[in-house]
Design a protein around this ligand. Structure first.
Ligand SMILES: C[S@@+](CC[C@H](N)C(=O)[O-])C[C@H]1O[C@@H](n2cnc3c(N)ncnc32)[C@H](O)[C@@H]1O
Length: 252
């Protein structure tokens, strides 16, 4: 659905606690995210292409997708709203902001993604994923730049509890100011993920979009853990995120 067609949907918030680009109003956020050629638009397209490719190649039957801190679900719904496998999609978007969740919920209903649950809750709690594993595709977009290295490792380690063997993770990071993309890639390798595809996008943030697949054995689901504190990267002086001004937030 072109963004103009979304005018009947409830407006999502233009920012989260740490900012999606730290833009404070819907139209600015929207302009940046939907603007052809903008870095965020390229990132979103990269994530969407990976999701659509994986779905294209999936065997017949249900395909389970989880989006961690899914925002307005633009990557997932945007990739699948007109996809021939639309009816096979199920899963959960976990998003804290009620307006973003309302937007995603209305959009999912509008395009017939009836089994994609939009959960307005805390993605840092493993309880939010109860009942989902084994999942085919986990989407982590715009998260790793906002959490510190301890949290990144905890989150990637937890993905092994969510995803099926040979299932996929589509994730983003950024390369600005020595951003942590290389470290995050290494964490995935250390946790038995194969890197199937990796792209560094043009532009000052050097957003990366990576597709990884889990080669290890399934790990038992632990429903009572906390995975991250969104914004923790800003409290760590060794991270790059704290140096960005409100305008320059990489929203990685
Ligand atoms: C940078 S945005 C990324 C959104 C989307 N994944 C994307 O790539 O466009 C980060 C999102 O995380 C959400 N968020 C922050 N803390 C969260 C939490 N603890 N649980 C769920 N969502 C959270 C924010 O509301 C925001 O929508």
């Amino acid at each position: 659905m072109a963004h103009e067609d979304k005018s009947s949907l409830p407006l999502g918030k233009g920012s989260d606690q740490d900012g999606i680009l730290s833009i404070r109003d819907w139209s600015s956020w929207h302009d940046e995210y939907e603007k052809e050629g903008s870095e965020l638009h390229l990132r979103k397209s990269g994530v969407q292409n990976n999701i659509a490719d994986i779905v294209d190649q999936s065997p017949p039957g249900p395909i389970t997708i989880v989006s961690i801190c899914g925002g307005q679900c633009r990557e997932v719904i945007g990739a699948l709203e007109n996809h021939p496998r639309c009816a096979d999609i199920r899963g959960r978007l976990v998003e804290l902001d009620p307006e973003n969740a309302a937007f995603a919920s209305a959009w999912a209903k509008q395009v017939g993604l009836d089994n994609l649950e939009i959960f307005n809750g805390d993605a840092s709690l493993t309880a939010s994923y109860q009942g989902l594993p084994p999942v085919d595709i986990v989407v982590i977009s715009g998260v790793f730049g906002h959490i510190d290295d301890t949290d990144r490792k905890r989150l990637i380690g937890f993905v092994r509890q969510l995803v099926r063997k040979n299932g996929f993770v589509v994730w983003t990071s950024h390369s600005l100011g020595g951003g942590k993309a290389e470290e995050v890639r290494q964490h995935f390798r250390n946790f038995s993920f194969n890197e199937d595809d990796h792209a560094v996008l043009p532009g000052k943030f050097g957003f990366t979009v990576t597709r990884s697949s889990y080669t290890g054995e399934p790990i038992a689901f632990e429903p009572d853990s906390t995975l991250f504190s969104f914004g923790s990267s800003r409290r760590d002086p060794t991270e790059t995120a704290h140096r960005f001004s409100a305008i320059d937030d990489p929203s990685a």
